[in-house]
Ligand binder design. Structure first.
Ligand code: BUP
Length: 472
């Protein structure tokens, strides 16, 4: 490492949807010769997270330092969530005052501090103790960032009223600079929930603090979300917005290889895919932190069997992987399980999603619409069927549909609310797999995506410019 190397510290929150883009962004800086310090909140929630952190650190033994950030356990009476990932966000937020001594003990001074989107207010509160510019990495779409930023404008309309988030949002939200308004039905359900929850508090607090940051890194790019990126950067969404750097689509890295030299699940999955015809397989994964409801699993299986395509189905029965103890056969029964096995492959393990999406046999992706999954897919040019389960996923589905790279069946609603029948699932999968216009658009977007993250592309231009700025 050159002595004068730029030194960037990263602090992620919880869940693979947050950790993956954090580590991928860190590797972009590593590729440009920077030194990276990874601050790891402990204890770590899921096994997938522990594994990827170890693989990341051992892949860059000389360039990466890791520091444990031991969290102060929360008094369970002070939080009203039992979601382990939300508990972790809250715990990190409340432990953030312990960070300044950690940062000031670093042997090389920091050029920049980049933290997870869920840590905006806490970081802003210690900004004068950090002595370097502070940024967030936003792990969702620019459309979702516009919504987050615009919450402060909505709340500001009547500051004395201290309204509940649900009363801020009308039937549709017209955000300046964004042509297609966001319907109330697309807003993250937790935000609209009666009563009070940590997600609402986070959105309300953090929206107001966004302008205090030095910048936002976002896993998106001009051709995909040019309008939203421009509206944000031109201060149309909210005045005083710091620069929003579209450095996407972030690429998967070698350290993500889950098998790592052993013959784990990926080797036989790839062998199975190698035997399938080009574009003939449907890949189904509803994300790393969405457990599929028991009531839906049978219909999902029936739909996959009926659609007529081969399929690779990554199923999650529990929210946190450490707790997965049941087999799919226990849920489906042996007869249905037998039929599933005739046509497809079902796994409960964490797979290398990018490798699967990049395999020529895969012709379609049924996804919950997590932003990482969408951008990974866009990079590989595979047709998409989005089935939002919660959070930002409907807002992301709108981006998919606007760009003509996938379909979204709005009548299905949130996946966590109603059961979609097998027949309907089969019909829509066929529709997605056979749609030529999607394939053409997905192919064009793939080209644009590769340009954006390739040599001389927008990501490289932005990163090089920032590194130069930080050196001054
Ligand atoms: Br499951 C699974 N392998 O088996 P999203 C996920 N992933 O590599 P999320 C795997 O985890 P939220 C698996 O490629 C993506 O990078 C996937 O992030 C990877 O959704 C990440 O898609 C998942 O953003 O939640 O984590 O379910 O929507 O809250 O970000």
């Amino acid at each position: 490492v050159p002595e004068a190397a730029v030194h960037v510290a990263f602090l992620s929150s919880a869940g693979m949807g947050h950790l993956n883009p954090c580590l991928r962004l860190a590797s972009v800086f590593l590729r440009h010769g920077c030194k990276v310090t990874l601050i790891i909140p402990k204890p770590i929630v899921s096994l997938a997270e522990s594994n990827i952190i170890s693989r990341f650190c051992s892949s860059f033994p000389h360039q990466v330092s890791q520091i444990d950030f031991n969290l102060t356990p929360l008094d369970p009476n002070t939080v009203n969530t039992n979601d382990p990932f939300f508990l972790q966000y809250e715990t990190i937020r409340r432990s953030v005052h312990l960070l300044s001594p950690i940062l000031s003990s670093l042997s090389t001074s920091l050029s920049a501090f980049i933290v997870d989107v869920f840590l905006i207010s806490p970081i802003v509160s210690i900004v004068d103790k950090i002595f370097c510019p502070s940024y967030i990495y936003f792990s969702s779409s620019a459309r979702m960032l516009s919504f987050l930023a615009y919450v402060s404008v909505l709340a500001d309309a009547d500051p004395a009223a201290q309204p509940h988030p649900s009363t801020l949002v009308g039937d549709v939200i017209h955000i300046p600079g964004i042509t297609l308004p966001i319907p109330r039905s697309s807003v993250p359900p937790l935000f609209l929930l009666e009563g009070s929850n940590s997600f609402q508090r986070m959105m309300m607090e953090d929206s107001l603090k966004l302008t205090k940051l030095d910048g936002v890194f976002i896993n998106s790019f001009e051709e995909l979300e040019g309008e939203a990126l421009a509206a944000l950067n031109e201060g149309k969404v909210v005045r005083g917005m710091p620069p929003v750097y579209g450095i996407g689509p972030l690429m998967a890295c070698e350290f993500e290889n889950v098998d790592q030299g052993q013959k784990g699940c990926m080797s036989w999955i790839l062998e199975w895919l190698n035997e399938r015809a080009e574009g003939s397989v449907v890949y189904v994964s509803l994300g790393s932190r969405t457990e599929t409801r028991r009531e839906q699993i049978k219909d999902m299986a029936l739909g996959l069997i009926e659609c007529g395509y081969s399929f690779l189905w990554v199923v999650k029965l529990k929210r946190v992987d450490r707790e997965e103890d049941e087999g799919l056969e226990d849920v489906l029964g042996s007869e249905l399980m037998g039929k599933v096995r005739e046509r497809g492959v079902v796994v409960k393990e964490f797979v290398d999603q990018m490798k699967i999406l990049g395999h020529p046999a895969v012709g379609g992706f049924v996804t919950h619409g997590g932003w990482n999954s969408i951008t990974e897919n866009i990079r590989e040019g595979v047709n998409i069927l989005t089935w939002p389960q919660g959070g930002d996923q409907k807002i992301n589905a709108e981006v998919v549909r606007m760009n003509g790279v996938g379909i979204w069946i709005e009548e299905w609603g949130w996946g966590t609310q109603k059961v979609v029948e097998g027949k309907e699932i089969a019909k829509r999968i066929k529709e997605m797999m056979s749609n030529e216009s999607l394939r053409v658009k997905a192919g064009e977007m793939k080209e644009a995506a590769r340009k954006a993250c390739g040599v001389g592309g927008s990501c490289e231009v932005i990163i090089k410019r920032l590194i130069e700025e930080w050196k001054r």
